[in-house]
Each structure stands twice: as structure tokens, then as C-alpha cells.
Design a protein. Structure first.
Length: 92
């Protein structure tokens, strides 16, 4: 999924995907599920013309994200110390 950098990128992504109203989706949900499985394309569900949900095919993700982070911390002096004391409401 596209991380929202700005609204125009989000709307560009949605324009490329199929959109369907909640009421139409409810009546034909199984058809849409099969289509998403077969095509691999996401579907945007709208409520009064406004996008509210995005249904995407499931992807089995491996540990690649964690592997990318491995050995990325060079030094960690005090693991129990908050990163920024001002950010912790409990310390105020």
C-alpha cells in the first residue's frame, strides 16, 4: 500500500483501482473476494463516494523487514532510558 506522502498520490493510486459502494459490495462480496484472489488487484470500498476501506490480497511476508534492521543499531547505552524525556507524560 502507498504511504500517504500527499493527498494527490493517494488519489492517483485510488483512481487506478476499482471502487465499489458499500451497498453493492455487500450484495456481491463473494464475487469481489474471488476477483481479488484471481487478479491480485485491490478494491476500494466507498461510503457516499468517499473511500473508507481497501481490500487487498493477502501476502505472506517473510522476515525480510526484520533482516533489514539486523545490525542497524550501532550502540544502545541504556535500554531503559526513554528516548526523549519530554515525550513521556508519566514523567511529568
Amino acid at each position: 500500500m502507498l504511504t500517504m506522502v500527499n493527498n494527490s498520490l493517494l488519489y492517483q493510486e485510488q483512481a487506478m483501482l476499482e471502487t465499489v459502494s458499500k451497498s453493492r459490495f455487500k450484495a456481491k462480496a463473494l464475487e469481489y473476494f474471488r476477483k481479488i484472489e484471481q487478479d491480485g488487484q485491490a478494491v476500494i470500498i466507498t461510503d457516499h463516494g468517499k473511500p473508507v476501506l481497501k481490500i487487498v490480497p493477502f501476502e505472506e511476508k517473510t522476515q525480510t523487514v526484520l533482516q533489514e534492521l539486523r545490525n542497524s543499531v550501532l550502540r544502545f547505552d541504556d535500554p531503559l532510558e526513554p528516548v526523549a524525556l519530554d515525550d513521556w507524560d508519566a514523567l511529568k
